[in-house]
Design a protein around this ligand. Structure first.
Ligand SMILES: [Zn+2]
Length: 325
């Protein structure tokens, strides 16, 4: 509702970020508390509740006007059941009915959403997707994550595993991904795999300015590849170009599925800025069909690490609007 407030909680393996927003997506306050995973389930759950309570106190808003708490958690989880299923970096939360617990302990209606979906909703509600009704976000971090908004609603799918955009196959029979599939976009365009591709090529004897790092046993990082590519290293340029190309393939695939108005790129790799954007735009344009002029606009995300808690609050705002908690 127009004069209501919404709490967003972004549950991470190290810290829990929380904040309070108004119905216009304006951030009133934000804070961070340690997750304290080693202390186990009860401590982590208590910290989640505390982060929400502290945020409400810090915002100084009338508690009766707080219409919802949105919790963004690592998946897999069930939004419908409000249940965390088995998050890799938070094993102590296995099978915890988090929505119900937070609702009971705070007395405020809560909703549970996959953190990648919540971040995409944040960009849609308050960031690079503001004003757009159909959006696709690719988060280019250690892995490739994402979220899809169709007509203003998050796409979750029947099994509630939507939208795992990192596992769109862009090269059948290609590189093995962390998920076990072959040729996922994550296996080429994530920060982790981008560096692995370069390392493998160097180990196989290809020339590169990064050779000394690999020979010294140093683990290559995505920023090393970007830096070397910008400096004209042929191997780094090839690897970077390939990452941008496959991301372009994935974007064109999404163009033909949900037909978004805008595609937002988020995550660590966006530090490359136009060096990323220009190439991804070029390849997407090159690959896309010529029948219609409906290639989405591709932009860099606007909210950085705040997308998680802002989007979680947005999910509560959305639940309040639709009744789908
Ligand atoms: Zn995969």
């Amino acid at each position: 509702m127009a004069d209501s407030f919404y709490v967003g909680v972004d549950l991470g393996g190290t810290n829990i970020k929380a904040g309070v927003l108004d119905a216009d997506a304006k951030v009133l306050c934000s804070l961070s508390v340690p997750t304290e995973v080693p202390k186990g389930r009860d401590a982590v759950v208590a910290n989640i509740v505390v982060s929400a309570q502290q945020a409400i106190a810090q915002a100084g808003v009338n508690r009766a006007k707080v219409a919802g708490i949105g919790i963004g958690s690592p998946g897999p989880l069930s939004h419908r059941k409000g249940l965390v299923i088995n998050p890799g970096n938070l094993p102590c939360l296995k099978d915890v009915p988090l929505r119900q617990i937070v609702t009971e302990r705070t007395g405020i209606q809560s909703t549970l959403e996959n953190d990648a979906n919540a971040a995409a909703f944040g960009e849609y509600w308050a960031g690079a997707g503001k004003g757009v009704s159909d959006l696709v976000m690719f988060t280019l971090g250690t892995g490739v994550g994402g979220g899809v908004i169709v007509a203003g609603r998050l796409l979750r799918g029947f099994f509630e595993n939507g939208a795992e955009l990192g596992h769109i196959v862009v090269q059948p029979g290609g590189r093995k991904c962390s998920c076990g599939q072959l040729g996922c976009v994550e296996a080429y365009s994530s920060a982790y795999f981008l560096a692995r591709v370069a390392e493998e090529m160097i180990r196989a004897g290809e020339a590169s300015s990064l050779k000394a790092r690999v020979a010294a046993g140093e683990m290559l990082m995505a920023e090393h590849i970007v830096e070397a590519a910008k400096a004209g290293d042929a191997l780094a340029m090839k690897v970077w170009d390939q990452a941008c190309y496959y991301l372009g393939v994935a974007i064109v695939n999404m163009q033909h599925v949900t037909n978004p108005e805008r595609v937002v790129l988020a995550g660590g790799l966006i530090a490359a800025g136009d060096y990323l954007l220009d190439r991804v735009r070029k390849y997407a344009k090159q690959i896309s069909w010529t029948l219609l002029d409906d290639l989405p606009e591709i932009r860099i995300a606007a909210l950085g690490n705040d997308a998680g808690f802002i989007g979680a609050a947005g999910c509560a705002w959305e639940a309040d609007r639709t009744g789908d908690w």
